[in-house]
Write a protein that binds this ligand. Structure first.
Ligand code: ATP
Ligand code: MG
Length: 787
């Protein structure tokens, strides 16, 4: 039929219109970056509601971040009005939590389950491996967890893994997997991958539940489809009612006709293979859904032709891909600017000065500018320069607020108040701050729990029965239990989350301990806790139900917003959710810094793509591996195609944050850019004879080449210190770290490795502990653990 000039189709080209108005069979929209996939998906939702009279509650749209979800929802509301509010627009994880809060009792969990993040999972796995007496050198918690995560992404549970184990190594892994799942269950907790897997298993096992959701979601739409993994793929299949194994037939006995499915994606932007994302999900779509319709979008509306040609040229070097045409009407635009810097400081200085020029002479706002790098650790140098020049900036990702030790402590209190079965949280706070319940006492209680097959919390309440428990410890435990029970009564009385949190901080002694300390770091910790209270207060005053709250109930005002919602919101915050809002007013002066992974789906008028060196980007570990190298190249493609008008590419001849300087060759991705498109402000050849009359800052007095020399000096003095120290104390196992690794330190908490120098016993790592600053630590002695 003829849609003529329907307002919802305004500003769309023909294939885009076709995608918006398509009805019936599963629809795949495949297209290069910036061709309007997300725009089409958003318009389609509005179209479904307005023209096809779909009930907003019958729509489920999946985005890659909570923030993207919020934006999409807002956009649809603008188009069709407030009634759109009750549709589900969320990430896979949030959608699953929402389903699980309602249905999880079917599989033996309680609806107040905790969500364990990476650090919780690691703690639990460490306990599991110790209990199983597996050699910690051979079986590292993270390695086992990665393996477990791969299994879950493939929907293999512990039983499957046990059956399929092919050697003693895998048998041990499977054993750890089983024990880990058992502990999670006992704690009434799910880890991130469980959220998806459990939902899929639940839908598979309970036809009535499945049917209920199928009846409800008549329309399922998925953005960034190229990054779905097998579990997510199955979830979509379950919700839409098309059997994966026998695509032609509907699942036997099913009452509900399949829902309409639309997925949009770009195989060239698949960058999450390490999380199990399977590019085949998009490549095989037509096979999996035999009556599927595919629509290609080829016009790019985001970037200049120069930027597009560059991006197309780079991605063209990937062998395993379908070629595609992508063109723009935006005109040639500016040439790409290239810069070869002496080192990373010089690179950051170049970026900063260039931003000044753009702002002063070209009407660019700082908020129009994004600086991308391969790993979080690279942000540090940019931050230093921006702090020096007074340029406001925002780093997306990195050491996150919610990962700080004191914040985790406070949240652990809240979590165990809501769910006392959550043993990890409970044991975390049991003696934090120190209240005379030592390891021995804890072990006695744990033994009682084991003996009587009760939870750790129940054992605490019956501590008097614990054999071998000292009277003193018993007293302290009783005081702890009384405190927890009192706090719990606040939760039961539906006190506001911020009020409960403040009581926790007071009653637990957490705040008093930090306030009494003269350690300046503890001052920062107090501030962080104050910030957490502020977050909770804001939440309480503008009651936002957690991501799992059903929008229909929220609308009807029947959903209670309590501590559980607050915790859920906090648990599902992701790096990309920290991206500043669409800049206007106050935010327009802020430059955004982020890793390339976080940049997916976004666009900026000006983009700096930095650290283009072989070994940095592409990442060191991809250099010898074709599939990994191709994934790095897709990441480059994502980065390049974020730029709308101006694109900068830069690399450093020497990169040495604090340790040994490394001389990296130019990134091969630079060689893949068409020569005539890049205007090299400065090349490697110019470096040796280069002087800048206009620059006084930077390395002024020490002269050119000093960064390298300084680096060497640093290196040797570090080695000397390391050497001296190594004679002093006995050896312990040295964690093997590389820049970008996440670590946890006994007193500084979570950090990111910025640089490592020296080898073996002499290795010294510079670790960024966020508000605690960057510390240089001799790894042989530092209480650091790799996460
Ligand atoms: P990515 O692959 O990076 O996720 P995408 O395909 O989702 O990109 P969008 O973000 O939807 O692309 O669109 C890119 C830009 O082009 C946006 O600013 C969007 O508003 C604009 N755009 C899309 N289609 C049109 C059109 N027909 N006319 C004008 N502008 C358009
Ligand atoms: Mg998009």
């Amino acid at each position: 039929f003829e849609h003529g000039d329907h307002p919802l189709l305004a500003g769309l080209n023909d294939p885009q219109r076709a995608a918006v108005t398509h009805a019936g069979a599963p629809l795949l929209v495949v297209a290069g970056a910036g061709s309007g996939k997300t725009r089409v998906l958003t318009r389609r939702i509005a179209w479904l509601i307005q023209e096809r009279k779909a009930h907003p509650g019958s729509i489920l749209a999946i985005t890659f971040t909570n923030k993207a979800a919020a934006e999409m929802k807002e956009r649809v509301e603008e188009l069709v009005g407030k009634r759109a509010r009750i549709m589900w627009v969320s990430t896979f994880h949030s959608a699953c939590v929402r389903i699980l809060r309602k249905e999880i009792d079917r599989v033996g969990f309680k609806s107040n389950f905790s969500i364990y993040d990476a650090a919780d999972s690691k703690r639990l796995m460490t306990i599991v491996l110790r209990d199983l007496e597996l050699d910690p050198k051979r079986y590292q918690p993270n390695a086992v967890l990665n393996w477990v995560s791969d299994q879950k992404n493939e929907l293999r549970d512990a039983e499957d893994a046990t059956k399929e184990a092919r050697n003693s190594f895998e048998e041990a892994y499977a054993k750890a997997f089983s024990a880990y799942q058992r502990r999670l269950r006992e704690a009434n907790a799910l880890d991130f991958d469980d959220l998806i897997m459990t939902t899929v298993h639940l839908l598979q096992a309970f036809p009535d539940v499945r049917e209920n959701y199928r009846r409800r979601f008549r329309h399922v739409l998925v953005d960034e489809y190229q990054d779905t993994n097998h579990a997510q793929y199955s979830l979509i299949q379950q919700l839409c009612g098309v059997s994966m194994e026998e695509p032609e037939t509907e699942v036997a006995g099913e009452q509900v006709a399949p829902s309409e499915l639309m997925v949009v994606g770009d195989a060239d932007q698949s960058i999450y293979a390490f999380r199990g994302a399977d590019i085949r999900n998009i490549l095989d779509f037509e096979q999996d859904f035999p009556d599927a319709t595919t629509i290609l979008l080829e016009q790019n509306y985001r970037s200049t032709q120069t930027i597009l040609t560059a991006a197309n040229s780079v991605i063209g070097n990937n062998r395993s891909r379908k070629p595609k045409r992508l063109w723009s009407e935006a005109g040639e635009g500016e040439r790409i600017v290239g810069y070869v810097s002496d080192d990373e400081h010089d690179e950051a200085r170049f970026v900063s000065e260039e931003i000044d020029t753009l702002v002063d002479a070209h009407g660019v706002r700082p908020a129009d500018v994004a600086v991308f790098y391969r790993t979080n650790a690279q942000s540090r140098v940019f931050e230093e320069v921006f702090i020096r020049t007074g340029q406001p900036y925002k780093v997306v990702g990195g050491v996150r607020f919610y990962e700080r030790r004191e914040v985790r402590d406070a949240l652990a209190y809240l979590r165990m108040l809501v769910n006392t079965a959550d043993e990890i949280s409970l044991r975390r706070v049991l003696n934090t701050p120190k209240r005379g319940i030592g390891e021995r006492a804890e072990a006695c209680v744990a033994a009682l729990a084991d003996r009587d097959r009760i939870t750790f919390w129940d054992a605490l309440t019956r501590a008097a029965e614990a054999p071998g428990l000292a009277t003193r410890s018993l007293k302290n435990i009783e005081a702890f239990v009384a405190m927890v029970q009192e706090l719990q009564s606040m939760v039961a009385a539906d006190e506001r989350p911020d009020v409960i949190l403040e009581s926790v901080l007071e009653r637990s002694g957490l705040l008093a301990e930090l306030e009494a300390s003269d350690d300046p770091q503890d001052g920062t910790r107090v501030e962080n806790l104050a910030e957490l209270v502020a977050v909770a207060r804001e939440f309480a005053e503008d009651p936002q139900p957690g991501p799992s709250a059903d929008p229909a109930e929220v609308e009807a005002g029947t959903v209670a917003v309590g501590l559980g919602d607050f915790l859920e919101r906090v648990a599902l915050v992701a790096d990309a959710d920290q991206i500043p809002d669409t800049p206007d007013g106050d935010d327009s002066g802020v430059v955004t810094l982020m890793t390339l992974h976080t940049a997916k789906g976004l666009e900026f008028p000006v983009v700096f793509l930095t650290g283009l060196e072989d070994g940095v980007f592409p990442h060191q570990r991809s250099l010898g591996d074709q599939p990994e190298l191709e994934e790095e190249r897709r990441l480059a493609y994502v980065g390049l195609t974020r730029a709308q008008q101006r694109l900068y590419v830069s690399r450093a001849l020497v990169r040495s944050a604090w340790g040994a300087p490394s001389h990296n060759p130019a990134s091969r991705f630079l060689d893949e850019l068409p020569v005539d498109l890049v205007d090299w402000r400065r090349t490697a050849a110019e470096q040796t004879r280069w002087t800048r009359p206009d620059v006084t800052g930077g390395y002024g007095s020490t002269g050119l080449g000093s960064p390298t020399a300084a680096g060497r000096r640093n290196f040797s003095s570090a080695a000397l210190r390391a050497d001296a120290a190594s004679k002093a104390k006995p050896a312990r196992e040295i964690p093997s770290l590389s820049p970008g690794d996440r670590v946890v330190h006994d007193s500084f908490g979570m950090g990111t490795v910025v640089a490592v120098d020296g080898v073996a016993e002499k290795s010294v790592a510079s670790i960024d502990f966020g508000s605690d600053g960057v510390k240089r630590l001799l790894l042989r002695y530092a209480p650091v653990e790799k996460l």
